[in-house]
Every structure is written in C-alpha cells, then in structure tokens.
Design a protein around this ligand. Sequence first.
Ligand code: NAD
Ligand code: UDP
Ligand code: UDP
Length: 312
Amino acid sequence: MRILVTGGAGFIGSHLIDSLMAQGHEILCLDNFYTGEKGNIDQWLDHHNFELIRHDITEPIRLEVDQIYHLACPASPVHYQFNPVKTIKTNVMGTLNMLGLAKRVKARFLLASTSEVYGDPTVHPQTEEYRGNVNCIGPRSCYDEGKRVAETLAFDYYREHKIDIRVARIFNTYGPRMLERDGRVVSNFVAQAIRGIPLTVYGDGTQTRSFCYVSDLVAGLIALMEGDYIGPVNLGNPGEYTILELAKTVQEMVNPDAQLVYKPLPEDDPLQRQPDITKAKEYLNWEPSIPLQEGLKLTIDDFKQRIRAEGK
Ligand code: NAD
Ligand code: UDP
Ligand code: UDP
C-alpha cells in the first residue's frame, strides 16, 4: 500500500514509519521540520520504498495515496505554545487539507488526536464518552481546542463525505528519539539526570500522568488503521504515576545523587490523567505491554548515546 505519514520526521511518526517500512509498504513522509529531525528518518532516505516531502500542511498538496496517518502538529507544551496561532492553523487548516486529500483520492484517514481533548479532567480515568474540561482561552487551548476541531472535522467529513476515518486519542508517549529540547517531562528528567543537573519538578509533583512506550503506541495506531472501529479510541498505558514518582524512578535508574528542584506549575496543567482503554482492548485487541522501568531503560540508553555523541 502507499501510505502518507504527516509529521513523519517527528518522534512518533518516525517510529511508525519504521514499522510500516518493515511491513513492506511504500511510504510518503511529509514534514516541515518544525520539530522533526532528519536524523529520525536517515535510515530510509535511500530506500526505494521511501519518499521525503518537505511541505507545510497548512498549504494544500496533491498526492496519490491509499492511507493517511495524520500526525503533523507540534506535541510538547513548549513547542505548541511557542507559536500558538501556527498550532491552530496546523490543526485546523492542516487537518482540513489532509481530509480534502483523503476525500479526493478516497484514502483511509487516521487522526492523531490527544488526551488533551479532555483538558483538566473531572472524570477519572478518562473514557471516550467524557466530553472534557478545556479552558478555551488558556495557553494550552491552541493545542487542546485545535485537536477538538480536528476531531470535529474528521467526523464531519465522515458524515458528509463518507470519508473512512479513524480517530486515536493518544496519551503521554515516550521513548528513544524524543528531543532533549522538547520540554516534556520524560525527556527533561532523563537528560537532566544524565547531565548531572537537578531534575525540574513543576508544582509539588503530585499531578499524575500515564506513560506509554512508543512501540506499544505505534502498534495501537496500526491496529486502529487496519480495523473496522472508527473511534475515537484512547491509546495509552493505564499505569498512572505522580510526577514525583517519575522523578524518583529516573533518579534511581540514572543517578541516585541527582537533586530535585521545584519550579512553578504551568497554567492550566492538568492535575491527573489516566486512560480507560476498555474500548481499545475490546475493538482493537490492543493493550500496552512495556512496563515503565523497561521503556525508561531503552529511553535512557538512547539519550546517553546521543549526549555522548554530542560531546565527541
Ligand atoms: P513531534 O513534534 O515529534 O512530531 C510532530 C511532527 O509534525 C514534527 O516532525 C513536525 O516537524 C511536524 N509538523 C508540525 N507542524 C507541521 C506542519 N504545519 N506541516 C508539516 N509538518 C508539521 O511530536 P510527536 O510526539 O511525534 O506527536 C505526533 C502526533 O501525536 C501529534 O499530532 C501529537 O499531537 C500527537 N500526540 C502525541 C503525544 C505524545 O505524548 N507524544 C500525545 C498525544 C498526541
Ligand atoms: N486539498 C488538498 N489536496 C487535495 C484535495 C484537497 O490539499 O488533494 C485541500 C483543498 O485545497 C481544500 C481542502 O483540502 O482547501 C478541503 O478540500 P475539499 O475538497 O473538502 O473542500 P473544498 O476544496 O471544496 O473547499
Ligand atoms: N513537568 C515537570 N517537569 C518538567 C516537565 C514537565 O514536572 O521538566 C510536568 C508538567 O508540569 C506536567 C507533567 O510533567 O504536569 C507532564 O508534562 P509534559 O509536558 O510532559 O506533558 P503534558 O503536560 O502535555 O501531559
């Protein structure tokens, strides 16, 4: 099959491409390199089944494909808040263009949505029926509301134009290739511990997140694309940890002497987050299998290698 992966040079997109290439598909990787890295797709650049397209999805593009994994969008709070209007354009105009493309070529379209559509949730764990608690004028809303509109567009193209859609609500995902400058908690803690600088805990560290290893997530995305269930479906690891627990785990694994420093909690930072994955289990026969310690070890090894290479 010929498959378009938007945001394919990013963290999740590049791991997804590794799996799809291994399955023998022809891959079009589309990226504007806002937060993506050439290094993530280096291994495929000369492969005859792989094509790289530098393009910004806020502009229309004509391509011929069978499936579209639509992942293009900055994902970490630091990046998506850096240029919030661009984040909205990417989610709204970008998703509209990709749905227009799906409509023209009759491709199946998978949207990488997010647990952020639940905002600071008042229902715990979050089920797909929960409609969320999002501040529409806060610093996170360019992303949260952007993704909510992207979901609306997908469902309207489904109802109005019979587009074959799939909607995944992805929860916090981590693993090798996360950018050190990304600002996300796992990449920050791991890099800080390796560099021997204090781990920055925002607030009192009692807020929770549930961390899914990237290979598990990619398997979930592919299962969703290949199955009949259109979603929205939560994809994440239900193992829930406080940020302080995560800091202590990284500290123990990398550097027991590393210090913790407390910094102010960012505005609108959700207090708790944990996916209810009943639907993913039932409809996709999917659940994550990599425990946090194991996934962290693989992530730490990757960061150590990159940080060492930088010093050479
Ligand atoms: P990432 O920042 O590593 O990847 C996003 C990619 O999209 C980058 O390569 C970037 O250059 C590209 N991009 C951004 N704007 C673009 C534009 N206008 N045109 C073309 N390309 C553009 O992020 P990621 O963690 O790999 O996330 C991928 C997708 O998964 C995103 O849609 C994100 O919202 C979603 N998601 C991720 C997580 C997570 O924990 N990583 C959680 C929930 C949802
Ligand atoms: N679009 C695109 N590539 C295509 C087909 C459409 O980028 O192959 C864009 C198109 O430019 C438009 C958007 O997708 O801005 C929505 O397309 P659709 O056909 O649904 O709407 P219309 O063009 O009628 O507004
Ligand atoms: N966080 C932290 N220290 C950091 C980076 C993040 O304590 O160096 C916290 C952040 O305030 C949030 C949680 O970790 O409560 C997850 O943050 P991240 O940016 O990774 O993802 P998101 O908030 O989008 O879930």
